[in-house]
Design a protein around this ligand. Structure first.
Ligand code: IYR
Length: 222
């Protein structure tokens, strides 16, 4: 028994096969309705809600439980404007000079372009930073599987947002290093994903798309 690192009892519900089927189906049906959106309302979302969403994301598994993430949460109009201006500058370059034709063609169904007005419309922008390493008592300490860990936390974050009936976009203005500057982040943090969060705009539309079938996304070895 290692007293410095104690284990505590843990339980899961032990549902019957029928209950499992019901629960898994309900969850699937719920998530089939999740969509990425780009049209947001400016209606306020309480700060406490965003705090709970971030606490949920932070329950995600991570390499050696290092939780190598920082969620920067922006509601300041001034900072949102700065983010929009810098993102649009990069996106203008990307759409006009950096993205190859094949990429632009793949994006046609989404009707995206360099304009990002939602960055000022939304009540909240969550900018997720990954921590390449940590500084503990002034010393560099390692983090592990940082991309996997932060990617998982972002998945948890998106699910928590959707669970509240709120809208979100996984936005990756590229390159993203302007966010380090605008948000004044330390050297060990790198921008990972920018997620505007808010109510859906009235009359919002999303592109019609089909998801891959189970057969297309899985292989069972029985
Ligand atoms: N970052 C750009 C381009 C873009 C890229 C992918 I991959 C998308 O799925 C959507 C957009 C933009 O946000 O417009």
């Amino acid at each position: 028994m290692n007293n410095q690192h104690p284990f505590i009892p843990y339980n899961l519900p032990n549902f019957s096969a029928e209950e499992l089927l019901k629960k898994s189906k309900e969850y699937l049906e719920f998530f089939e309705g999740r969509r990425t959106v780009r049209e947001f309302s400016d209606k306020d979302v309480p700060k406490k809600v965003i705090e709970n969403i971030i606490k949920t994301a932070s329950t995600s598994p991570s390499g050696a439980h290092k939780q190598p993430w920082t969620f920067c949460v922006v509601s300041s109009k001034e900072i949102k404007k700065k983010i929009r201006e810098a993102a649009e500058k990069e996106e203008y370059e990307s759409y006009n000079n950096r993205m190859p034709d094949t990429w632009l063609k793949d994006l046609e169904p989404f009707q995206t372009d360099w304009h990002k007005p939602f960055l000022e419309t939304v009540p909240w922008i969550i900018v997720v930073f990954k921590k390449a390493y940590d500084i503990t008592d002034g010393k560099k300490t390692n983090n592990y599987y940082v991309n996997e860990s932060v990617g998982l936390a972002c998945g948890f974050l998106l699910n928590a947002i959707y669970h509240c009936g709120l809208a979100a976009l996984t936005h990756t203005p590229s390159p993203m290093n302007f966010l380090t500057k605008v948000l004044n982040r330390p050297e060990n943090e790198r921008p990972f994903l920018l997620i505007p969060v808010g109510y859906l705009a009235e009359g919002a539309k999303v592109p019609e798309l089909k998801r891959k079938s189970l057969e297309e996304v899985s292989v069972f070895y029985e």
